[in-house]
Design a protein around this ligand. Structure first.
Ligand code: UDP
Length: 328
């Protein structure tokens, strides 16, 4: 299997690249490095390039005889997507359309696509199954839903085979300790809490404690990045074995509130941090918890990390040893 990984230098992309290589696939990481880190790429071939660069994409696909693509390259911040929708529609929709166009021109018809729990919006119940109504509350979720619909149409019309993986909250780091989460600026809860533990931040802000949950803070389903990575490999192998196009949720099936995450991180690190409750963040649904029964049944996926403290420990190991991320 010769796999092109767009966004291969990003957080989930780099963990997937590493695991693809470990499972014996030929991996070509492709990234424009606007968000990703060259040091995060742990495979032999890296191409610095953009998903809008048709010529480079075509040359790369031909040179390495690519038969499948895993597409991570996208913007993924809910708050930013509300402030800069143009950026998100351009990169996530137009960019993916461009990639699909190139793939079809090169007769590459297998794609694993990074989707998100944000396609559901405020769910009518939890756990969320794949057939729930899709009603995104933010631009980021809308860009991913648009592309899921496009892929469905391309699958019917052009024989594209795709697997959309709807991630819940990715977190944690590879246990070998040389790759992990490093966003600039960082907006995600667990790295922010751990940076506060390290003294890099004065404390954390809790975005709203008036949600209809037990402690009033938002509940999310936190899934370890390597459990996500493994799902991409299973999805690729499934498509090569003849599985049809499909969309799957990826979460552990347990929900933790913001306050519970902070408490768990304080236990893992032994450090108490300053917390301040502020206004809600726009576009945040109250509770998102996945049912991952479908991918468990179809692809035999299951999470190796189910204990939140164990997940946070892997992130802590990364942040402690790389307080400046890949910058050190
Ligand atoms: N959150 C928070 N303070 C922060 C960052 C996040 O209270 O500094 C909350 C956020 O409102 C959400 C949860 O933590 O309810 C997870 O947010 P994150 O940005 O990590 O992931 P998202 O759910 O947006 O994918």
């Amino acid at each position: 299997m010769n796999v092109l990984v767009t966004g291969g230098a990003g957080y989930i992309g780099s963990h997937t690249v590493k695991m693809l290589k470990e499972t014996g696939k030929n991996v070509i990481a492709y990234d424009n490095l606007t968000k990703g880190h060259r040091e995060a790429v742990k495979c032999d071939v890296f191409v610095k390039g953009d998903i809008f660069d048709d010529e480079l994409l075509i040359n790369t696909i031909k040179k390495y005889n690519i038969d499948s693509v895993v597409h991570f390259a996208a913007y993924s911040l809910v708050g930013e997507s509300m402030e800069k929708p143009c950026l998100y529609y351009h990169n996530n929709v137009q960019g993916t359309l461009n990639l699909l166009d190139v793939m079809l021109r090169c007769n590459v018809k297998k794609l694993v696509f990074s989707s998100t729990a944000a396609v559901y919006g405020e769910p009518e119940a939890v756990p969320i199954t794949e057939d729930f109504m899709k009603n995104p509350t933010n631009v980021y979720g809308r860009t991913k839903l648009i592309m899921e619909n496009v892929m469905k149409d391309y699958s019917n019309a052009y024989g594209l085979k795709y697997t959309a993986l709807r991630y819940f909250n990715a977190c944690g780091a590879d246990e070998e300790g040389n790759i992990g989460e490093d966003h600039s600026p960082e907006t995600h809860l667990i790295p922010i809490v751990l940076q506060a533990c390290l003294g890099i931040r004065e404390g954390i802000k809790i975005f709203g404690d008036d949600y209809p949950t037990e402690d009033g803070t938002c509940i999310r389903d936190y899934i370890h990045v390597n459990d996500l990575a493994r799902a991409h490999i299973l999805a690729l192998e499934g498509m090569h074995e003849g599985h049809a196009s499909n969309a799957y949720n990826l979460g552990v099936g347990n929900g933790f509130s913001v306050k519970e995450i902070v408490k768990a991180a304080e236990k893992v690190t032994g450090i108490t941090i300053n917390k301040e409750t502020v206004q809600r963040r726009s576009g945040d649904p109250a509770i998102l918890i996945a049912s991952s029964d479908k991918i468990r049944g179809s692809l035999g996926w299951e999470p190796k990390y189910v204990d939140i403290k164990a997940i946070i420990s892997t992130a802590w190991n990364w942040h402690k040893n790389h307080p400046n991320g890949f910058g050190e």
